[in-house]
Design a protein around this ligand. Structure first.
Ligand code: MSP
Length: 525
């Protein structure tokens, strides 16, 4: 262990619909980061969960003739199933209807009331239930609609509790300016600094006459706590903040990385930070706002009927592991920017990178090892003569680590794919099949195959956070019996392959089968 802790959180999903590829994108990215930091030896805690209060859930439950709690209980199951479906290795799933969370949120509210940072005032505003927030006139379209939901916000005149956000405005601005990694990608920073210019106190409760589904304001039976205050608090209540046992909070907070979508950056880099400052709680290291996934270049929406789930993709292509989808989503765009999913891109990307470049390289080199050397690596094959290749493998590890330092997942993967491409070139140039034809050069053929095996070991370990199943298969075919999750990056160096018989013919199966478009087409019909 490195002795360091690493706490990563995702946004908690509204459970008023089914999980789609957008929810999935963020959870996969966070899982990839969590796995990478475990490889570094950090003590990682990975949190995800669901956001279950508010008017949006209340209304949808009503439409379904269910109580909000019944509705959440039935819908949350699909969100929790993502763990299994996508191989997410998180430590905890928090639901904002969990009792311990509700109690802690009330205590947080009470603390701020006592401090004078929450006060009561009357308010008139325009509320968008899709965003679960008040919008200013200037935020609306010409027709007076919320630009994200194309719906008319409701005019409300209420007596509410307010949080003195304006008191913390300067501290937030100073923090953003002093910490270049606080908002990542850095190109999103200015948008937040601009919004901070006009920041005012925010309403943090709703009267029960408008919304009944929420956590009651302590000491006021007529009001519920605003859903965003409730939801944002999950990041610390999940660790036991304001509970009898806050040992996890003491151990893991502050979060190293809070992963969210770009649409909710304001809530995280302004409201959340204001709350933490008011509570006297340390601030998180990085708020990372990823981009949005579109489908065939169009925003996903129920009205367009183009909402895609991970389930439909996995079924369509008969995939029993989520690795191909994980890989595609992590490479479809530079992580942080908006990305796109299309069937065509998915097929061509995973076929090219996973089946052809990586899978075939392993398969053809191990086939030769079996054919010429009975699948055995002997001591005399071990070498580090191919300097360029050895250096490229070591360099790939260094670059992967550097990229993950700022959560640049896509660039990290590209480093590994470059190593794969270089190795393919190396095999083509050294032509081990020709070297095998002559007794005098047979040893050179063996050395080449050893070198390729060594690179593939590196590839498997470096790619493990993204494609855990495939990586494990690669490692097994290289004769490594260890669980790949247990291999630490510090231990990864040239010379991982132990001289022994590493594979026999029966065990040589492709680690990733090409996605067959015909098959997928049949299934679609
Ligand atoms: N409940 C709030 C978050 C509260 S966090 C304290 C919420 N929920 S959500 O279900 O609407 O979205 C959950 C996450 O999924 C958000 O980070 C959001 O940005 C992300 N995505 C939702 N649709 C998306 C895409 N189409 N593409 C990528 N991510 C998107 O917001």
């Amino acid at each position: 262990m490195s002795g360091k802790t690493f706490y990563i959180t995702t946004a908690i999903d509204y459970v008023n619909g089914k999980p789609h590829i957008g929810h999935v994108y963020e959870k996969i990215a966070s899982d990839v980061i969590a796995r990478h930091f475990k490889q570094r030896g950090d003590d990682v805690y990975f949190l995800t969960g669901s956001d279950e209060h508010g008017i949006k859930i209340q209304k949808t439950a009503q439409k379904n003739n269910m109580t909000p709690k019944e509705f959440c209980d039935s819908n949350v199951v699909d969100f929790q199933a993502l763990a299994q479906d996508l191989n997410l290795d998180y430590n905890k799933y928090i639901r904002t209807t969990d009792e311990y969370h509700e109690r802690a949120v009330q205590k947080i509210f009470q603390k701020l009331l006592e401090k004078g940072d929450i006060y009561k005032a009357s308010y008139t505003g325009l509320y968008c239930s899709g965003c679960e927030c008040f919008l200013a006139q200037k935020d609306l379209t010409e027709d007076g609609l919320c630009p994200d939901h194309m719906a008319k916000p409701q005019e409300v005149k209420e007596e509410n509790y307010f949080f003195r956000l304006s008191k913390y405005k300067q501290q937030i601005i100073d923090h953003i300016n002093a910490n270049p990694d606080f908002i990542l990608p850095s190109y999103r920073k200015n948008e937040i600094l601009n919004q901070l210019e006009n920041i005012q106190d925010i309403s943090v409760s709703r009267p029960k006459t408008s919304v009944s589904w929420g956590i009651e304001v302590p000491g006021d039976k007529d009001q519920v706590i605003y859903v965003w205050i409730d939801a944002l608090s999950n990041y610390i209540t999940a660790l036991g903040y304001e509970s009898e046992d806050d040992s996890l909070f003491k151990k893991y907070w502050p979060a190293n990385c809070q992963m969210i979508g770009k649409d909710i950056l304001k809530f995280h880099s302004i409201y959340w930070i204001g709350l933490l400052l008011a509570l006297g709680v340390e601030l998180p290291g990085t708020i990372f706002a990823h981009g949005w996934i579109t489908i065939d270049e169009k925003k996903m929406s129920k009205s367009l009927g183009n909402v895609i789930s991970h389930k439909s993709i996995l079924e369509q292509y008969h995939l029993d592991s989520p690795d191909a989808l994980r890989y595609f989503l992590m490479t479809t765009t530079s992580f942080g920017r908006d990305g796109n999913y299309s069937d065509e891109d998915f097929k061509s990307k995973v076929n090219a990178d996973l089946a052809n470049n990586t899978g075939n390289l392993l398969n053809r080199s191990l086939s030769m090892l079996i054919k010429y050397f009975d699948g055995e690596i002997k001591q005399e094959f071990v070498n580090d003569d191919a300097k360029e290749l050895v250096e490229a493998a070591l360099n790939a590890k260094k670059k992967v680590v550097e990229n993950f330092d700022s959560y640049m997942i896509t660039e990290a993967i590209e480093e590994v794919i470059s190593l794969v491409n270089l190795t393919n070139k190396y095999v083509n140039e050294t032509a081990p099949w020709s070297l095998a034809k002559d007794e005098n050069t047979l040893i050179d053929c063996a050395k080449v195959l050893y070198n390729v095996a060594e690179v593939m070991y590196h590839v498997a370990v470096l790619m493990y956070p993204v494609i855990p199943d495939i990586s494990q298969k690669i490692l097994s075919q290289l004769g490594e019996e260890k669980n790949i999750a247990d291999i630490k990056l510090d231990d990864l160096k040239w010379g991982m392959i132990q001289p022994k018989k590493i594979i026999d013919k029966a065990s040589l199966t492709p680690v990733f089968l090409r996605i067959d478009s015909e098959l997928a087409g049949d299934k679609k019909k």
